[in-house]
Design a protein around this ligand. Structure first.
Ligand code: TYM
Length: 329
């Protein structure tokens, strides 16, 4: 039984990238481990969300998480800002995080390019806050997609550095919970490399089947291959990557064969892909509809989650303070 921490930023509803990147097989993951799932609302502040939307976004992610199968009786599900201990650990870890390494982080450089008018300190220290989330519960495993690999590497570095500086074996060096395979990157349907909220190319877990069908049918394709066994261009490879995660191996093989023989009909491929995505998302969407207006249930879940998370977090912060030399008079 290992400690697992999983986080999702509250910047929009959960999409297929989140589901397959961080939540794949998580029913099993919850049974076999002590899991903490949280909604990273502090992290969402780096892009200055409208205050009127902050709570709505948290609620949406919470609902999606629960609908996708997080069991609050087995696991701990909480909202990051309900656990103020994280901010203290973040402050303490920041004292050993260096400007140079933070500025070199890929996500920082990307965001600084995308929002040059708002390169704030929160953006720079984003990896420290993420490390605090993970180390707060002394996690060993973190389910993440490929895009978070570097942040996890930095978490390990911060943990190692803390242990070295203070001469302790306190923090474990957490690794990715990879569900027995490579870290995954779910592509967008617009030919882009990644499905992402800020990319505007997502299929959401709560999308109506008609909407999913429309999105899939609009995916970028071409005239089809003209040579047998030719390599697939990126935007076609993307469709196959999605097919790989939602469809049966037989289906993938069937369409691969059609591709190799230059007999592929994109309309058929897309219909199949849409049907298989809908099969995955329909039970989740139905649960979203059930839960989303159940304020009493959501209140109960978040209260229970905050209590459980704070218990674990307070212990860590108390021990970290002691290691660093804080003493009561
Ligand atoms: P976020 O909110 O962007 O994404 C949440 C999780 O979903 C994964 N993911 C993907 N995986 C595969 N393909 C995709 N297209 C895709 N899009 C998103 C992400 O890898 C992630 O696992 N910094 C984090 C949130 C966070 C966190 C943490 C995660 C804050 N503290 C502590 C784990 C532990 C983020 O922005 O993820």
């Amino acid at each position: 039984m290992e400690i697992v921490v999983s986080g999702i930023r509250s910047t929009g509803n959960l999409h297929l990238g989140n589901y397959y990147g961080a939540l794949r097989n998580f029913i099993k993951m919850q049974k076999e481990n002590k899991c903490f799932f949280f909604i990273a609302d502090y992290h969402s502040l780096t892009t200055h969300p409208d205050p009127a939307m902050l709570h709505v976004n948290v609620k949406n992610v919470l609902t999606d998480y629960l609908a996708a199968g997080v069991d609050p009786e087995i696991s701990t599900i909480y909202i990051q800002s309900d656990v103020p201990e994280v901010t203290e650990l973040y402050l303490l870890l920041n004292m050993h995080a260096y400007m140079g390494e933070l500025m070199k982080t890929t996500s920082f450089k990307e965001k600084a390019r995308k929002q040059p008018e708002n390169v704030n300190a929160g953006l720079l220290t984003y990896p420290t806050l993420m490390a605090a989330d993970i180390l707060l519960h002394k996690a060993y495993k973190v389910p993440v997609g490929k895009d978070q690999e570097q942040h996890l590497e930095m978490t390990r570095r911060f943990a190692r550095r803390f242990n070295n500086i203070y001469g302790v074996e306190y923090f474990p060096e957490p690794t990715a919970y990879n569900f027995g395979s490579e870290l995954i990157k779910i592509p967008g349907l617009d030919g882009s490399g990644k499905m992402g909220k800020s990319e505007g190319n997502c299929i959401y877990l709560g999308d109506d089947p008609k909407v999913i069908q429309k999105k899939v049918m609009r995916a970028l394709t071409d005239q089809g291959p003209t040579e047998m066994n030719s390599p697939k261009p990126d935007y076609i490879e993307n469709l196959f990557t999605l097919l790989n995660v939602v469809s049966t191996p037989d289906t993938v093989e069937y369409f691969n064969e059609k591709w190799n023989k230059c007999e592929i009909r994109y309309g058929d491929l897309k219909k199949q892909l849409a049907a298989d995505i809908i099969a995955v998302t329909t039970p989740i969407r139905e649960r979203i509809i059930d839960i989303q207006n159940d304020e009493a249930y959501l209140r109960k879940v978040t209260k229970m989650g905050a209590e459980k998370a704070r218990e674990s977090a307070a212990k860590t912060v108390r021990e970290v303070r002691e290691i660093m030399g804080f003493k009561p008079f």
